[in-house]
Design a protein around this ligand. Structure first.
Ligand code: PTJ
Length: 255
């Protein structure tokens, strides 16, 4: 189906199409469809906008990635479906290693994800899903990690993640960054830096911020020192609590 750019819900429809296409290509878990729906709901409530609290978290995340000795970006089916290009761009800009890590792992899904990344850049370096549990305190498939990737990382970017692994990575002493539209999720609360925004808006901004901070490295320490994740999450939750509601405003908010 062609989606008209004039459709008021164009961006949302494009994301849905990417998710459905990814499911049909075998890359996305069934549960990935549900996870996307949960994300959409929160995005709706956030008026599908990148708020100041997300910008502050993006700045802190870019700083942490640039200060890292061994940064790793963990990708799953949903992340690949929505922001494959930007993951590649970010991995080059930082530079950072990309590692596939799937909650609902199958060989077929891992291969489909690899294929999607190779379609963006045939030379992209992509670590495969580890086969042995390497992350203590995680009982799902997410405990598995590639020995060349997350176990040696000092900073990990784990967008659209489940709470167990976020907690375990923080406990393992890794600076943990996530992107999660749900400010109440265990992942959002456990992580050191939570970007409460839609990954389709946050990732391009993150790539740009990394490039900008590379030009002005003096800004990096300040962005990190000033960042307080819990206070930032409260700002996101307060936005939802105080969100205005009138029919007129809703129609302006969600186009
Ligand atoms: O590909 P796999 O097998 O690793 O599985 C991936 C999913 C996403 C299915 C798996 O990690 C999962 O079940 O995740 P959860 O526990 O549903 O958490 C995903 C979180 O991402 C939820 O809090 C959603 O609100 C959030 N989310 C979904 N879509 C977006 C999002 N956050 C930002 N941008 C989105 N587009």
């Amino acid at each position: 189906m062609d989606i008209s750019k004039n459709h008021p819900r164009y961006a949302s429809l494009v994301s849905r199409k990417k998710i459905v296409d990814a499911f049909e290509s075998g890359m996305l878990a069934k549960a990935g469809l549900i996870a996307h729906g949960r994300g959409e709901t929160f995005d709706y409530l956030f008026c599908e906008k990148t708020h100041d609290f997300a910008i502050d978290a993006i700045r802190a995340a870019a700083s942490a990635l640039l200060l890292a000795k061994n940064p790793v970006i963990s990708v799953n089916g949903n992340v690949t479906a929505l922001v494959c290009d930007e993951v590649v761009a970010l991995s080059k800009e930082v530079p950072a290693t990309i590692e596939i890590n799937l909650f609902y792992w199958t060989r077929e899904r891992e291969d489909a994800i690899r294929l999607a990344f190779c379609g963006i850049d045939p030379k992209v370096k992509l670590l495969g899903n580890g086969t042995k549990p390497k992350i203590k305190g995680t009982c799902s498939n997410r405990a598995k990690a590639n020995s060349k990737g997350i176990p040696n990382a000092d900073v990990v970017l784990i967008p659209l993640e489940d709470g167990d692994r976020a907690n375990a990575l923080v406990n393992a002493g890794k600076k943990t960054i996530t992107v999660d539209l749900n400010p109440f999720s265990r992942t959002a609360i456990a992580s050191d830096i939570t970007i409460v925004d839609n990954i389709v808006r946050a990732f391009p901004l993150l790539v740009r911020e990394v490039a900008r901070l590379k030009e002005t490295p003096s800004l990096i320490p300040d962005a990190l020192v000033k960042f307080d994740n819990k206070a930032n999450l409260r700002k996101a939750a307060n936005y939802l609590k105080n969100r205005p509601y009138s029919f007129e405003e809703e129609l302006i908010c969600i186009r």
